[in-house]
Write a protein that binds this ligand. Structure first.
Ligand code: HEC
Length: 171
């Protein structure tokens, strides 16, 4: 269907991306400064390396590996969602979002000490919850066949990815 085109390939232009990311980019200084005392402070050259502005969140190596595995899974789920959206299969997109973005996370099955969330500052955890809530909202809208609401919820999902990545690092 033509109305899902904007999500696919080159038609999802850089200009559009810029406007999508702008609100998040504007909120980054707040997120970083509010917890900047956690930074390790080794970097002298903060202005020239944007990534160094992210707050370092330390966790045991095993917990970090689990986080990365969850992340790769998120990426794959997002990719599946894109595919179903491009094929206008909203109920399949709903299914993938509901089961993939939250419930099937590897970290859920670990001891408390190995769960990445255990080491996250409160604001970071809240972004994680926002991701799961957005995914639930996405599934609901997609099941109702409401494309407009589905795409709005999709943007809410990707905004959570961006918000967390722009604010935190683990190494
Ligand atoms: C609550 C915070 C948070 C959210 C939400 C989040 N991530 Fe991440 N993600 C991280 C952190 C922290 C890292 C590790 C960054 C580092 O230190 O290298 C990471 C790393 C990644 C990586 C790199 C994995 C690697 O091979 O190193 C991918 C891919 C990724 N995330 C995808 C996603 C996607 C897609 C979403 C949204 C659907 C998402 N993430 C949502 C925190 C988050």
């Amino acid at each position: 269907m033509n109305n899902v085109q904007p999500l696919s390939g080159s038609r999802y232009s850089l200009k559009k991306l810029f406007w999508l990311l702008l609100p998040v980019a504007l909120s980054v200084p707040l997120a970083v400064h509010s917890s900047s005392s956690n930074n390790d402070g080794n970097e002298d050259d903060l202005e020239t390396h944007f990534t160094d502005l992210r707050t370092l969140v330390e966790m045991p190596e095993r917990a970090r590996q689990i986080l990365i595995e969850d992340m790769l899974d998120h990426l794959a789920v997002l990719n599946e969602i894109n595919r179903y959206l491009s094929e206008n299969k909203l109920s399949s997109a709903a299914e993938v979002a509901e089961t993939g973005m939250g419930q099937s996370l590897l970290s859920k099955y670990q001891d408390e000490a190995l769960r990445p969330g255990h080491y996250m500052p409160q604001e970071m955890r809240e972004i994680g919850w926002e991701l799961h809530n957005a995914a639930t909202g996405f599934a609901k809208a997609a099941r109702q066949g409401n494309l407009q609401e589905t795409l709005i919820a999709y943007h809410r999902i990707s905004s959570a990815c961006v918000a967390c990545h722009y604010s935190y690092r683990t190494r």
